[in-house]
Design a protein around this ligand. Sequence first.
Ligand SMILES: NC(=O)c1ccc[n+]([C@@H]2O[C@H](COP(=O)([O-])OP(=O)(O)OC[C@H]3O[C@@H](n4cnc5c(N)ncnc54)[C@H](O)[C@@H]3O)[C@@H](O)[C@H]2O)c1
Length: 367
Amino acid sequence: MNTPIRFGVIGAIGRGAGHLRAIEIHRDAKLAALCDLKEEQVTVRAKELGVLAFTSAEEMMDSGEIDAVIVGTPMPLHVPQSIMALERDIHVLAEVPAGVSIEECRDLVLTEKKSKGVFMMAENYCYMRPNVVVKAMAHAGLFGELYFGEGEYTHELKGLNEITKWRRKWQTGINGNTYPTHSLGPVLQWFGNQRVISVSCVGTGHHYRDPRGDQYENEDANFTACRLSGGGLVNLRLDMLSDRPHNCAYYSLQGTDGCYEATRGLGDQPKVWIRSHHSEKSWHPLADFYDEYLPEHWKNPPEEAGKAGHGGGDYWIAQDFIDAILKECSPPIGIHEALDMTLPGLVSQISIQQGSSWVAVPDSRNW
Ligand SMILES: NC(=O)c1ccc[n+]([C@@H]2O[C@H](COP(=O)([O-])OP(=O)(O)OC[C@H]3O[C@@H](n4cnc5c(N)ncnc54)[C@H](O)[C@@H]3O)[C@@H](O)[C@H]2O)c1
C-alpha cells in the first residue's frame, strides 16, 4: 500500500467531522474527499479543505480517489456503506455500533472475509486515557482474576432525537440496549480474550413521551446482564431518556485482587484499590498508576497527536487503523471485536421482548 493513504469521509457534516482532524494531521494519511447528503455544506467544507466533495457514497468510492473510508453516517447505514466499500477493497473505519441487525452483521462478516480491505470499528471510549490504563493494569494481573464489570451510558437525548431523527427510530424506537459499544467495549478489552455468550435485559418502564405525545419504544433505562465466556458477569446500563445530567463513561471492574471505579462527576476522580500496593482497603487515584501503565506511545506521542480530539484518542484510533493497513495485520477492534461489542446489544433487544429471558449471543467467528 502506497502512502499517504487517501481517505474519504461519509457523513462529513455530522460525526464524520470529528475524524477529519486526525486524518489531516497524520503523516501517513491524506484527506482526499468528503461525502454528505447536505450538498451545500459539504461543498463549502470540501473547498475549505481543498478536497473533493460528493453527495453519493457510491460515486466517491468509484472515483478511484480514495483507498480508505470513514463511515460516520447514521446507524442503519454503517453496514450497507461498509459492505459497499469492502466489496471494492476499500478499507473501512466505521462508527459505532457495527450494525443494527444480526442478519446484516452476518452479511458484513461474510463480505469482510472476501475483501482485501481492512475493517475497524471506531470505538473511541476504548481510547479514553483511564480505560487504556485500566486495560494495561488488568492485563498485567493487578486486579487478579476478573469476575465483574460495569459500563453505563446515561445520555439524555430527547431533544437530539428531534434533530438527528434517525435516533428516534434506532436508539429510542427499539426496546433494549440500542447503543452498547461505549459501555461494553472498554470492559471487554479489560477481560481480554473473552466474549459475551448470553444476555438478559430488563427495563424500568416508561415515564416520558416525545413531542408528538408518543411513548418511546425503548424503556427509560435498562440493564443488560452479560455472561462472559470465562464465567464473569458484566452489567450494562443504558439510559437515553431520563431527565438527568449525563454520564456516558461510568465503568467499574472487580477482580480477586483489586477493583476500579470511574468518576461519577463533581470532583470525583477515577480510583482503584490494588491489594499488592495498598495494605488498607481504601481508594487511591488511578492517576498514581499512569507513569507505569500508560503505554509508552501515549506518554511520548508524536507532536501531531496532541492536535487531534479526545485528548489524543482520535489520533490513536487513526494510528491503529493505518498501522493495520500498512502492516497488513488485524486492527485492535477488527470485525470480530466490533461484533463482540455490538451483538450483545442486538440480542438484548430479543431478551427484553421475551420477558428478560437469557438469550445466547452468536459468535461471529463461526459465520
Ligand atoms: N463515537 C462517538 O462518540 C459518537 C458520537 C456521536 C455519534 N456517533 C455515531 O456516529 C454516527 C452519526 O451520528 P451523528 O450524531 O453525526 O448523526 P447526524 O445525523 O448528526 O450526522 C450524520 C451525517 O450523515 C449524513 N448522511 C446521512 N445519510 C447519508 C448518506 N446516505 N450519504 C452521505 N451522508 C449521509 C447526514 O447528512 C449528516 O450530516 C451514528 O452512527 C452515531 O452512533 C458516535
